[in-house]
Structures are given as structure tokens and as C-alpha cells.
Ligand binder design. Sequence first.
Ligand code: GLR
Ligand code: MG
Length: 427
Amino acid sequence: MSAAAARGPRVTEAVVTPVAFPDPPLLNASGVHQPWALRTIVEIRTDEGLYGLGETYGDAAHLALVRRTAAALPGLDVFDLADAYRRTAAALDGAAASGDKHGLIGPATREKTLLQVYSPFEVACLDAQGKALGRPVSDLLGGRFRDEVPFSAYLFYKWAGHPGAAPDSFGEALDADGIVRQARAMTERYGFESIKLKGGTRAPEEEVAAVHALRAAFPTHELRLDPNAAWTVETSLQVATETRGLLEYLEDPAPGIDGMAAVARGAAMPLATNMCVVAFEHIAPAFTRNAVQVVLADHHYWGGLRRSLELAAICRTFGVGVSMHSNSHLGISLAAMVHLAGAVPVLDHALDTHTPWQDGTDIVEHPLTFHGGKVSVPTTPGLGVALDRDALARLHENYTRCGITERDDTTYMRRFVPDFTVGRAKW
Ligand SMILES: O=C([O-])C(=O)C[C@H](O)[C@@H](O)C(=O)[O-]
Ligand SMILES: [Mg+2]
């Protein structure tokens, strides 16, 4: 007698909702954050009454591809991720590479576009699988190597508020004193034990001074500096000399694998990247040249949680460390990051997160919370976060009203600083 083929919950509908939430004027090498950050929320519904959640970018071109894929998912068995991937690839057949305007996560390729579109559906399927089995997503990734995941305070130079609007609650930070103030507020509120400064917006010597001021104010915290490739190789080496002994790692000082390899040859500290190793095809050229010593994984563009685990395994094989990158995000992404980080066998560094900059705005009912700078890996089924449907409706309303359909830090900056130049190798 032959056994009946196993059958998992099938997708009946994949609902795609673009949302917007307030974002402070955070400065970076590409410009300044617009008043609204965009995300897309994916909800797959199944014939067993379960739903699974995913979260991804909200830019219009990406949203269109996510919608195309959602239309192709009814009938999918949520346990069949290979079929989810095939359906995504078929839905995107003929679509051009879809990048972003800010360029802060490296170049767009067709494969990266496919992995970016697939990612929220993979996460949503894993959420639904976990609910069907009564197991947390981290168990589906092989189990937890840690119960708590450490995060870092993500500091930005910033204006007091968006031009023409009232100052926000975070305050201005345009010099070393402002940055130290911001670090104190963030570490006191969240307990972070590591601090990342987003650079590439002031002259390098000012950012070096801010690192020294942070070290004086926080003698035991890990420190990182990330100018998003705003410096030449020469400037990067100069900064590396002036921050020697102060940094856990220096993140994307110079553009490209060649530039990073040249800096790595002369810098005492490890170099990290979320700009020159952003797809599997970059790994061999970067690792064989020892261009980077830490990769900031990000499931949103590495193709979901399981492919991010593959990335972590390759890094481990080559003795390259793993950290995690973040863009402005909501609580579904935070939960996915925490499950992934819980399941990575060797996690060398605290993760980035923009969560503090959301100031409590979310679309999940009980957002995960930080204690001592860490988030506990949820042990309830799936991702462990439930959709707050009222908040989803409110944030979707924001999206329809805000008039922003893509993240464009540069154009927004030029409204106020017309001669602003994007900072790749600018200094
Ligand atoms: O580590 C990074 O390069 C980033 O987090 C890129 C982000 O887009 C960040 O710079 C931002 O939100 O401005
Ligand atoms: Mg970075």
C-alpha cells in the first residue's frame, strides 16, 4: 500500500500592502531620509486558516514585482519553498533588475532583484509553516544557538527636524557632542552595548573626532563607523590610522572590492561590508582577496532566512565574520532578523537595527522589546508576532497620503542643499 503524499497548508491568497511611517531626517552619504519611510507588508493566507507574514522594501518598482509574485502564489504548499522560488522566478521572467536610488546596499542585478522579491514570501511561508507545526521559525532554521540576540545603537548625524516641520523628539546631532548625546539617549533607553555611527556625511576628521568622543564617553562599548564608501582608499587608510584600537570594525570605507582590498591591506581593524558583497557572485572575488573580514547579512536582499544561513556558512568556512545590516523597518522584519540571528551558529557581532528611529510605530500587536540591548528569540509558533490590522490600515493610509513612492535621499537633500553631491569616494 503506498502512503499518501504529504500535504501542507496551501496559499489561497497573498495580500500585499504598502505602508509608510514617520522617519526622522537621518543623514547619510546619499542624502537625507525623507519624512516617510516605506515598507511593503506581505500576508499569505492558507486553506487551513493560518496566515504568514513577510516585510520588504516599499519602492514602487519593487512593489510592482512583489504584487506580480503574489498573484502567482495561490495553490502553493507553504512547505514547498523550492516551488515558492520557482513561482517568483516565473513571475519575474523578463523583469529588469530593480535597484534603489540610494545605492547604499550595492548594485542591483537580476538575481539580487529576484532574491529581494522572493525574500518576504519565504519569510511568510516560514511563519505559516511554524504556525502549522507549532514551532518557532528558529526551529525551522535548525534550532537556536542563542536565546537572545544583541543589537547595536545605530547613530546618525541628523537635523533637528524635517525642514518646515517642528523639531522631532530625537534632537539635532551635527557634531561630536550631538552624537554623544544621541548615544547616551539610545543606550540608556535600550541598553545597547555596541554603537555604530553612520558616517560619510561630515568631513572625515569630524567623524574621527566623533569616534574619539564616543570612546571617551563609552570606554567599554564596541564602536563601528560606516561612511558608506564615501572615502578614497587614501582617506580610508588615514582614518584607519587615526581610529586604530578604537573600532570593532570599519564598515565600507571605500567603494568596491578593489578599494576595500586596498584598504584592508593597510588597516589594522577588520573591514565590514553591506555594499561590496551583496550577492553570492561577490563572495569569491572578495574573500579570495581578503577585501572584507565581516559581512553584514540582510535577509531582505540575500533571498530570505535560509539563504542567509547559507551565506553565514560560507563566511564561517572562510573565517569571515557575520553581522547584520538594517534599513528602516517594522516589527515583522525585526522578528525575522531575530530568528535568523538565533539560528546562525557563529554570530560575531551585534546586529544593526533602525527600530529606535521608529519611536514606537509598528504594525505588529506586541513588538519585540530590547532588554540590555538584546531581543529574546520568540519561542511561540512562527515568527511570534501578530499583525495589528488597525495599525496596518493606518500605515497604509499614510502611504496613500504621503506622496512618496520611492526612497530618494538624494533628491530630498537637494531640495535644501542644491549642490549636494553623493558621497562615493567623495573625500
Ligand atoms: O549600513 C548601511 O550601510 C546602511 O544601513 C544603509 C542604510 O540605508 C542607512 O545608511 C540609512 O538608512 O540611511
Ligand atoms: Mg553599512
